[in-house]
Design a protein around this ligand. Structure first.
Ligand SMILES: *[C@@H]1O[C@H](CO)[C@@H](O)[C@H](O)[C@H]1NC(C)=O
Ligand SMILES: *[C@@H]1O[C@H](CO)[C@@H](O)[C@H](O)[C@H]1NC(C)=O
Ligand SMILES: *[C@@H]1O[C@H](CO)[C@@H](O)[C@H](O)[C@H]1NC(C)=O
Ligand SMILES: *[C@@H]1O[C@H](CO)[C@@H](O)[C@H](O)[C@H]1NC(C)=O
Ligand SMILES: *[C@@H]1O[C@H](CO)[C@@H](O)[C@H](O)[C@H]1NC(C)=O
Ligand SMILES: *[C@@H]1O[C@H](CO)[C@@H](O)[C@H](O)[C@H]1NC(C)=O
Ligand SMILES: *[C@@H]1O[C@H](CO)[C@@H](O)[C@H](O)[C@H]1NC(C)=O
Length: 920
């Protein structure tokens, strides 16, 4: 046994003897310390404690606990380290394992433990008081979890603790007084919790303290003077609290301090002139966002180790006369939002020495009273520079040339000054530039055409200058004329805003605008842009605000804009848009939509943004109708009715007697089926009374029939019509069903009037008749005049002026049936010169029917018959012969020779039964 180990064991023994009566576990240690293998059960306690710890962890995404099983000794478990000899747990380190759960009080039984590292997980609940039992504990690192409740006062028993980090949790209460007993503490981190109260003065007694962070809590009061006693302190983090008053002068004695972070408080007073002499090791001096006054300490020139100097957002004043020559490590120099500045000519001379700071990354001089010109030496600053801000000062003269050397610049803000002259061309060399703000100056001349090369630029503000010419970008409120250059849209990273508002741009919006896929604001308002909105605008899917008001745009809102899923505000007002208002606008996330002062027409939608009258404006569009009632637009009914003439389909469903009734002189009630091909709503039909001039209509409105018309099914070309070809052709059973479905009396029965719903159930409709009826009922015409069926389907007697009759309908029906079987239109070329479909079919009866049937049907005959175990040969022919017979019998030239519809249908039922095998 080495001397060192012996010492340590003796030390432990002595220590533990003192508490032997308090701790049972001590016996185990005692046993070991006397060099025997005597064992008093301590390892089992550790084992149980670890298992209990594990049970409180509810999520273990990295499967840490897979090794925590009985086939391995717990000392081999992942994250567990045991003492080499006594095999007791001395370290539990499961940081950043994605663990979720709470911390078991059994942790307090790991009496040999020195380090508990559970940082960067999601362990919540209270930090158990039992941790206070762990008197050997040296490091407790629980930061970045979800612990809540108070910091346990019992921690004060962990007298060996030197590293306590419970930062980034949700701890509440105050910093417990008891921590004063932790005299070995070197690191005390309680930052980013919800701690209240004050910074306790006892912390000043923790003489070993090197790092203290209580930042980002809700601590108030003054900074205790006692902190000045922490001679070893290197890190002082008090930022983000509600501390007020002066910095106690004692703090300026902490000569070891490297990080002095007091920003975001309510501290006041001025800084001693020798501050950087008494704190010579300062690297980070961060006091932004307080209420400090006075001038900066002249000793700043001596702060040779300084990296971050951040004093922005205070009330500092005075001439800035620092010599940065010795600040070789300076990276951040932020003094914005103060009142620095004098009227001295040499005001800006400090730039000369800043050139020596070769690590400089950020300079913020914004919102001060600096007055003067920017020296050309600016271009000699460190090429490490990423941010340069001098907005809101009184700088005049030219933008210095040479800034193009600052190749790492990402942010350049020089707005609200008095810069004159041109924008130097070498700005275009700043390839990493993301933000360029030169707005509100007196810059003139043309813009560098190469600005468009700045491919990362996402914010560009040049408004309120006197820029001229025809070229580039956020060029709002200038006098720019000409067309919008396409190059402008090459800046595809432009992700925030492009404003060309209030200029005199003419011509159309280039379709390249679609390159701006990251753009969230596009403002083209108040120009003279014309033509259509390019559909490529739909590619700008990040767009949230689109302003094109006050231009001469025309045409329609492109349907591609339906992809602008994040759009909030769209202002298209004061243009010449003339289309319908597209319904897709209802589905977008619009909060505001202005369509006023255009020539939009037709129905205003009612859903989405249109449901909120205060979110939309449609005024001064004289041809709009409908919309929600608050808009007080005229109803669209009359317009619909006009349209119905052309687009609605009617089917007469009334009895023969009433049918006649419609055509009578009395204008009596007529019931019609209205098939609305424009609507795609629920399939359910409904009846409504429509005031149709002086006549009432009962309208039965159907949805658009998704499966198209019989015409299409019968005569589709399988080769070319790919959409239809995917679907199986109509078989003979289906055709029979269709024929049976179509038994309604109808003025104009033909395949194109037979429409199929999703289930391939046939519905009869008609365009032509609707038109006819509309005309008929308004001017009250005689019953027979004007009835025009479709050539080929109209019975011959109609041509001779006969009245419409059921016999006429039967004729059409017969022809339809023959067409369905033969696949030949009555208007087929083969029937030119005297022949017709009726004769053609009639001549094939009975023996040659198979020669005239639709060839597509022949294949299907086999299918149907096979499916029903039906003996093929004669029976399939028999069915087809029967159908042709019905067709021929219904389409006899003389009305009186035609079958009536009832007979025809019953014959077809017979055919169907045979096809279905229920009859033989
Ligand atoms: C505890 O120690 C004893 C004796 O060294 C050993 O036999 C036993 O396996 C240990 N138990 C655990 C759980 O480590
Ligand atoms: C116990 O864990 C070890 C290490 O992960 C593994 O190899 C072994 O298969 C596990 N045994 C059981 C029984 O799960
Ligand atoms: C360990 O701790 C738990 C909870 O704090 C306690 O109930 C238990 O008795 C302790 N002792 C042992 C040997 O597990
Ligand atoms: C927690 O995670 C952060 C970020 O990954 C890391 O910087 C820090 O060192 C981690 N802390 C601990 C104690 O593991
Ligand atoms: C907190 O922990 C998570 C998970 O390990 C990690 O991703 C994150 O960086 C940590 N945050 C900080 C500030 O350490
Ligand atoms: C916490 O410490 C107090 C004494 O300060 C003690 O009475 C109490 O038992 C301890 N609680 C636990 C859970 O260790
Ligand atoms: C933090 O605790 C407060 C109560 O003290 C609770 O309202 C809040 O939801 C908690 N926040 C988190 C992130 O757990």
């Amino acid at each position: 046994m080495s001397l060192r180990l012996l010492c340590s064991i003796q030390f432990q023994t002595i220590l533990l003897l003192l508490v032997v009566l308090l701790h049972v576990q001590t016996l185990a240690v005692f046993g070991i310390s006397i060099g025997t293998s005597t064992y008093f059960g301590g390892n089992e306690t550790d084992h149980q404690a670890l298992l209990a710890f594990k049970t409180q962890i509810t999520r273990d995404p990295e499967n840490v606990f897979s090794s925590w099983n009985d086939s391995l000794h717990f000392c081999e478990w992942e994250g567990v380290t045991c003492g080499r000899k006594h095999r007791r747990v001395i370290v539990l380190d499961l940081q950043a394992k994605g663990l979720v759960g709470s911390l078991s009080p059994y942790i307090g039984n790991l009496s040999f433990i020195r380090e508990i590292v559970l940082a960067n997980n999601t362990i919540g609940g209270k930090i158990p008081d039992e941790v206070g039992n762990l008197f050997r504990l040296q490091a407790l690192r629980l930061s970045n979890n979800s612990f809540e409740g108070e910091i346990p006062a019992n921690l004060s028993h962990c007298s060996n603790l030197y590293h306590l980090d419970v930062g980034r949790n949700n701890l509440s209460g105050s910093i417990p007084m008891e921590l004063a007993f932790l005299s070995k503490l070197e690191y005390l981190y309680v930052r980013k919790n919800n701690l209240k109260g004050e910074i306790p003065a006892f912390i000043g007694n923790l003489r070993s303290l090197q790092q203290l962070s209580v930042a980002f809590n809700f601590l108030g009061g003054h900074i205790p003077d006692a902190l000045g006693q922490l001679r070893s302190l290197t890190f002082l983090g008090l930022a983000g609290n509600k501390l007020f008053g002066l910095i106690p002068p004692s703090l300026y004695n902490l000569s070891s301090i490297t990080v002095f972070a007091l920003y975001e408080n309510e501290l006041s007073g001025s800084l001693p002139t020798n501050l950087f002499l008494t704190l010579p090791n300062l690297q980070l001096f961060l006091i932004s966002e307080n209420q400090f006054i006075g001038s900066l300490p002249v000793s700043l020139s001596n702060a040779s180790k300084l990296q971050y100097f951040e004093v922005d957002t205070n009330n500092f004043i005075g001439k800035f006369s620092v010599n940065f020559g010795g600040l070789k490590n300076l990276e951040h120099f932020l003094i914005g939002r103060n009142n620095f500045g004098s009227v001295d000519d040499d005001e800006m001379n400090f730039f000369q020495s800043l050139v020596n700071c070769s690590s400089l990354q950020k300079i913020d001089l914004g919102s001060n009273q600096f007055e003067g010109t920017l020296p050309n030496v600016l271009g000699n600053l460190s090429t490490q520079l990423t941010d340069f801000t001098i907005s809101e000062n009184l700088i005049f003269g030219d933008i210095p040339i040479g800034m193009g050397n600052l190749v790492n610049l990402t942010i350049l803000e020089m707005a609200y000054n008095k810069f004159t002259g041109r924008i130097p061309d070498d700005i275009s060399s700043l390839k990493k530039l993301q933000l360029l703000d030169l707005s509100d100056n007196k810059l003139s001349g043309r813009l560098p055409i190469t600005l468009g090369n700045l491919s990362l630029l996402n914010k560009l503000f040049l408004d309120n200058n006197i820029l001229q010419g025809t070229i580039p970008p956020n060029l709002s409120q200038n006098n720019l004329t000409g067309t919008i250059p396409k190059q402008l849209f090459a800046i595809s990273m432009l992700s925030i805003s492009l404003s060309l508002a209030q200029n005199f741009f003419v011509g159309s919006l280039p379709s390249e605008v679609g390159n701006l896929v990251h753009l969230s604001v596009l403002n083209l308002s108040e120009n003279k842009l014309s033509g259509k909105i390019p559909s490529s605008l739909g590619f700008c899917t990040s767009l949230e605000y689109l302003y094109v008001e006050g231009n001469l745009f025309q045409g329609e809102i492109p349907t591609s804009l339906s992809s602008l899923s994040g759009i909030q505000v769209m202002d298209l007002s004061r243009n010449n848009f003339s289309s319908q208002i597209p319904n897709f606008l209802e589905k977008l996330s619009l909060k505001k939509l202005n369509l006023s002062f255009n020539d939009f027409q037709g129905e205003v939608p009612t859903k989405g943004v249109f449901a909120n009258a205060s979110a939309i404006s449609v005024i001064e569009n004289s041809r709009l109708c409908g919309g929600i009632s608050k808009l007080m637009l005229s109803s669209c009914l009359t317009k619909k009715e006009k349209k119905r003439k052309w687009s609605l389909t009617l089917t007469i469903v009334i009895s023969v007697a009433l049918y006649k009734g419609i055509l009578g002189e009395d204008g009596s009630i007529v019931a019609v089926k209205v098939l609305n091909l424009q609507r795609q709503g629920a399939f359910r039909s409904f009846i409504s009374d429509v005031d149709f001039q002086r006549n009432d209509f009962k309208a039965l409105v159907y949805e658009f029939m998704p499966n198209g018309s019989l015409e299409k099914w019968l005569h589709m070309d399988l080769e070319t019509d790919t959409e239809q070809a995917k679907i199986q052709n109509l078989n003979v059973l289906q055709r029979t069903n269709i024929a049976i479905d179509c038994q309604v009396v109808h003025c104009d029965l033909k395949p194109s009037n037979i429409l199929f719903d999703c289930d391939m159930t046939a519905h009869v409709g008609d365009f032509g008749l609707a038109k006819f009826l509309a005309e008929l009922t308004i001017p009250k015409q005689s019953s027979s005049i004007g009835i025009r069926g479709t050539i080929g389907y109209t019975p011959p007697e109609y041509g001779l002026g006969s009245e419409v009759s059921t016999k006429g309908d039967v004729y059409s029906y017969g022809i339809l049936l023959l067409e369905m079987i033969t696949g030949k239109r009555p208007t087929d070329h083969m029937f030119e010169g005297g022949s017709n479909l009726h004769n053609y079919a009639s001549m094939a009866l009975p023996n040659c029917v198979m020669e005239i049937v639709d060839s597509k049907l022949l294949n299907n005959v086999d299918e149907v018959i096979d499916n029903h175990n039906f003996s093929p040969t004669n029976r399939k022919e028999e069915c087809l012969i029967s159908m042709v017979k019905v067709g021929v019998a219904c389409s006899m030239e003389l009305p009186q020779e035609r079958w009536d519809i009832i007979k025809a249908i019953s014959e077809l039922h017979l055919v169907r039964d045979i096809l279905l095998g229920s009859r033989s």
